[in-house]
Write a protein that binds this ligand. Structure first.
Ligand SMILES: [Zn+2]
Length: 152
């Protein structure tokens, strides 16, 4: 079974940050990108774009970690140092704030990075991509190795 990239992309140039922040389809800007808080839909209900082969990867989480670590953690420390509440109060309040902010930022960043990757036609490289292409790899140049691949 060979992987067939879905025909798509590059037709309309919608601003990926705008469509990503609003959680809209990168192709038409109308359909919903998310089926729940963080999971992507299988496709766009408005234009039929297929999202199954695409993902935002780990990049959004990295940006969220940086944003929370740089902007929210110092606020929590300042809150505790200035108001001097019991430690449990600081922990409970700021744990809830950090979790809520992380989920909210993660959704925004996943939308933006998905839309940017869609417009750039970027996706994860798979082994099937090389087997289907004309690229000569050591395995395809050596008939013995190719036979072994066919058996497996
Ligand atoms: Zn769409």
């Amino acid at each position: 079974m060979t992987h067939k990239p879905s025909p798509r992309r590059g037709r309309r140039r919608l601003p990926p940050v705008q469509t990503g922040l609003s959680g809209r389809c990168p192709e038409c800007g109308e359909g919903q990108l998310f089926k729940n808080m963080l999971s992507f839909n299988d496709g766009c209900a408005a234009c039929g774009a297929d999202f199954r082969d695409d993902d935002a990867g780990d990049g959004p989480a990295i940006f969220v970690i940086f944003a929370v670590g740089i902007f929210i953690i110092p606020l929590a420390l300042a809150f505790h140092m200035l108001l001097d509440p019991p430690l449990a109060v600081t922990f409970i309040i700021w744990s809830l704030i950090i979790i809520a902010a992380s989920l909210w930022l993660l959704r925004l960043m996943r939308g933006v990075m998905f839309n940017i990757a869609w417009q750039r036609n970027a996706r994860e490289v798979r082994l099937q991509d090389f087997k289907a292409s004309e690229v000569k790899t050591p395995a395809t140049q050596n008939p013995t190795a190719q036979d072994k691949d066919a058996d497996t």
